[in-house]
Design a protein around this ligand. Structure first.
Ligand code: FES
Length: 115
C-alpha cells in the first residue's frame, strides 16, 4: 500500500505530515511520519516506538522534543535523531525507528512500507 502525503514544496523543516498505511499483522494501524530534517533531507518513519508498540505521540500529534530537532516518544521519553531515526537516549537507545520508502512523483511525496 502506498499513500500520498503532500507536495514536496509544501513540506517545511520542523513540520511532520502523516499518512495511513493500513494495519500490520497484529492489527495495529500503520501511520507514516514524513518530515524534512535540519539538513533538508526528507525522511519517513513508522509512528511506532521501538520500546513498546505504541505511537510516539500517543495520539497527541506532538512528535518533537523541546529542542525541535529530535523526535521523542511521549510515553517514556525515548529520543530519536530526526535525520536517521536512531535512538540516542531512553529505553530503546541504540535502536532505530522503522524507515519507510519515499517516492517522488509529479512534485508529490508518497510513502509505503519497504519491500
Ligand atoms: S514506549 Fe516509547 S519510550 Fe517507552
Amino acid at each position: 500500500m502506498e499513500a500520498l502525503v503532500c507536495r514536496e514544496d509544501e513540506l517545511r523543516a520542523g513540520e511532520i505530515r502523516t499518512a495511513f498505511l493500513g494495519h500490520d499483522a497484529e492489527g495495529r494501524p500503520i501511520e507514516a511520519l514524513l518530515l524534512r530534517d535540519g539538513q533538508g533531507r526528507i525522511v519517513a518513519y513508522r509512528n511506532l516506538c521501538r520500546h513498546l508498540p505504541v505511537p510516539l505521540d500517543g495520539g497527541t500529534g506532538a512528535f518533537f522534543a523541546e529542542d525541535g530537532r529530535h523526535l521523542v516518544c511521549g510515553t517514556h521519553g525515548a529520543t530519536y535523531r530526526s535525520g536517521d531515526g536512531y535512538c540516542i537516549d531512553g529505553p530503546c537507545e541504540g535502536m532505530s525507528l522503522h524507515p519507510l520508502h519515499i517516492r517522488r512523483s509529479g512534485g508529490n511525496l508518497y510513502v509505503s512500507l519497504p519491500a
